[in-house]
Design a binder for this molecule. Structure first.
Ligand code: KG4
Ligand code: ZN
Length: 341
């Protein structure tokens, strides 16, 4: 089955075509950095308008590149949530309308299910079950992925997501948007012995996270510092180390608690090199296998949506004619993927 994936939940306009026989045929991402940069963060209304302008050109360019016609598509998967309502509606409307026009089935995909299944796009994909550390701009979750569509949340952030804390701290330090990669880059210049930040919620049992205090800690440290470029880099380094250590400690706990043998990293913060190194170290010590999807599958993309949607369509699931978009949608509300799960 050849499935078009559409992702417009936040600030990336992405399309992909996944074929259940041949794998991923191609994917494209247009990132709206230039639209939001001057505001220091994503402006929802502008995101929706930009998706509206870019989605069809991005889709037509992918089809042309792959020498495919729309009539050769056999199913459509679009991100139905969670995300920014206006942004989601652009992808959902196009996906649904196209499916109607082509008389093929369509399905609204949970954005986080897409992230959780992104490692399946790689040649070396994990077998079920596995533990997934899902760290994106909007979510921080530890999930026991027992099978396709069968997810148990082991822990989650009670306030800011890990990516959000990177972005907010970067903004406080004047590093602009998008902040995570900029902060990680600056951290490379930092002296790790200068500052020590707390590792929130690691002193008590459980797998939940809380990152919102770290940005305040970073701001206070900055205000009490010499406020030079070097002290900014030292703070970035201490902040990044604290977030990464906290994530690694909780991953270790999740592996011990479940006895799982495979660990998967998903979401945009999965692009962080320090996190990747530390988790590779943890995996070696704990004798578990660790899977990192390539960077373009960690950040928002439509390949993961096409893959997840394809599995559901193959299992006989599809949506009716209504256009489905949910700003809030819990992963635990998902139904399993039939016999495939
Ligand atoms: O998964 P994603 O592309 O979008 C969401 O669904 O949120 O994740 C984006 C998040 C942003 O918060 C961004 O700052 C963060 O991932 N990020 C990073 C790095 N690259 C992206 N955070 C830390 N270090 C990085 N290298
Ligand atoms: Zn995402």
């Amino acid at each position: 089955m050849r499935v078009l994936g559409i992702e417009t939940s936040c600030d990336d306009t992405a399309v992909a075509i996944y074929d259940s026989e041949q794998g991923l045929l191609g994917h494209e991402v247009y990132t709206q950095t230039i639209v939001h940069q001057q505001y220091g963060g994503v402006v929802p209304e502008l995101a929706a308008r930009d998706h509206l302008q870019k989605l069809l050109p991005v889709l037509n360019s992918l089809l042309a590149k792959l020498k495919l016609k729309k009539t050769e598509l056999q199913g459509i998967a679009y991100t139905a949530g969670p995300g920014l309502m206006g942004a989601l509606l652009v992808g959902a409307s196009l996906g649904r309308a196209l499916a109607w026009a082509l008389a093929i089935p369509s399905i609204g995909v949970h954005h986080l299910e897409g992230h959780l299944l992104a490692p399946m796009l790689e040649d070396n994909s994990p077998a079920f079950p596995f533990i997934a550390l899902l760290v994106s701009g909007g979510h921080t979750l530890l999930v026991d992925v027992k099978g396709l569509g069968n997810y148990q949340i082991l822990g989650e952030s009670l306030d800011d997501a890990a990516g959000e804390s990177f972005d907010k701290t970067a903004k406080l330090l004047g590093l602009g948007y998008p902040g995570g990669p900029a902060l990680a880059k600056l951290a490379l210049q930092g002296d790790p012995s200068q500052y020590t930040f707390p590792r929130p919620m690691t002193d008590r049992p459980g797998l939940d996270f809380s990152f919102s205090g770290l940005k305040t800690f970073a701001l206070n440290t900055w205000l009490n510092s010499t406020q030079t470029e070097q002290s900014k880099a030292d703070i970035a380094c201490a902040f990044e180390t604290a977030v990464v250590d906290t994530l690694v400690i909780k991953c270790r706990r999740a592996l011990t608690q479940t006895g799982a043998k495979r660990l998967v990293i998903a979401g945009g913060v999965g692009a962080n090199q320090r996190l990747r190194q530390q988790l590779a170290g943890l995996a070696e010590k704990a004798k578990v296998e660790v899977f990192f999807p390539r960077l373009e599958f960690c950040t928002d993309n439509a390949a993961m949506i096409a893959y997840a949607g394809c599995q559901r369509l193959l299992a006989g699931q599809s949506d009716d004619f209504s256009i489905k978009a949910k700003a809030r949608w819990s992963l635990t509300e998902l139904v399993g993927i039939g016999a495939l799960g």
